[in-house]
Design a protein around this ligand. Structure first.
Ligand SMILES: NC(=O)c1ccc[n+]([C@@H]2O[C@H](COP(=O)([O-])OP(=O)(O)OC[C@H]3O[C@@H](n4cnc5c(N)ncnc54)[C@H](O)[C@@H]3O)[C@@H](O)[C@H]2O)c1
Length: 260
């Protein structure tokens, strides 16, 4: 990826770090670090500029931290403009930002639905829309959307999360098919349970053994494993791959629940 410029929306991280590690490692941060390790210049956008700066400081190569509120349409567009203004091009855009909801259908509030929709879905298509034109001008660009198995399978938990993650895959496919003949690729990684600060914040560190027990591999995934899948889809190694959802879930979605 030497010479390429990538933008990661939601590339900070916060919450409990893994034991012995100074920096909390979420998916967005791991993706930025991996793309930088592959040689890309990485622009990191986050609602908290300090978190974005911490990612850029940890990157192997050069980068830029930008403040962006994914819930704000103009802010999403301005962040892409800032990346383009600084480096003149974008080769890779990773739409990672996402918030999980808590409310099943009877409790689903309009406020939480609208916030989830704005952050998990609208920010992604707005970011892609803002990045598209200059990519089309160069007949080159790769989008990777960070999805969730909640967009394919219901956990009976958050309606807004499941619905926005399902719709996110439709946005990905729309871009992929519409611009396939013009050098643009779009794909998604669909993540199962990843040992991230987000999961530890939401579900508690003490729940890790129970989370791992339902996974055929017997463990949670690591943000670095999510990042490796993103890096593949963003790279020229995936040159003939577009419109696809790569499921990274340790086998959960391949399994039929049976009593052991
Ligand atoms: N961890 C898992 O098990 C898991 C599973 C499936 C999917 N995912 C997906 O992974 C993605 C996020 O993973 P992560 O580990 O990077 O999460 P994270 O909670 O660490 O979030 C990354 C960053 O997003 C930023 N952020 C939050 N709201 C924002 C906003 N409105 N605007 C801009 N930035 C904002 C936070 O400041 C944080 O630094 C989400 O799309 C999530 O749905 C995670």
């Amino acid at each position: 990826m030497a010479g390429q410029v990538a933008y990661v929306l939601g590339g900070g991280s916060h919450g409990p770090a893994r034991p012995g590690e100074p920096l909390p490692m979420g998916n967005g941060r791991a993706i930025a670090l991996r793309l930088a390790a592959e040689g890309a210049t990485v622009v990191v956008g986050d609602i908290d500029l300090g978190r974005a700066q911490a990612t850029v400081a940890a990157q192997a190569g050069p980068g830029l931290a930008v403040a962006v509120d994914a819930a704000d349409a103009a802010s999403c567009q301005a962040a892409v403009a800032s990346a383009l203004g600084s480096f003149g091009r974008l080769d890779i855009v990773v739409c990672n930002v996402g918030v999980s909801g808590r409310e099943p259908i009877k409790a689903q509030s309009v406020a939480e639905w609208e916030y989830s929709e704005a952050v998990n879905l609208r920010s992604h298509w707005l970011t892609a829309q803002a990045a598209l034109e200059p990519m089309l001008a160069r007949s080159r660009g790769a989008f990777v959307f960070v999805g969730s198995t909640a967009g394919l399978l219901s956990s009976r938990r958050s309606l807004s999360y499941e619905a926005t993650k399902a719709a996110q895959l439709a946005v990905m496919r729309h871009i992929a098919v519409r611009y396939a003949a013009r050098g643009i690729r779009a794909n998604a990684v669909v993540l199962g349970v990843i040992d991230s600060p987000l999961v530890r914040r939401e579900f508690g560190e003490e729940g890790a053994p129970a989370r791992a027990a339902v996974v055929p591999m017997g463990r949670e995934g690591r943000p670095e494993e999510a990042a490796a899948a993103v890096a593949f889809l963003a790279s020229d190694d995936a040159g003939y791959v577009t419109g696809q959802s790569l499921i990274v879930d340790g086998g959960v979605s391949a399994s039929w629940p049976t009593p052991s």
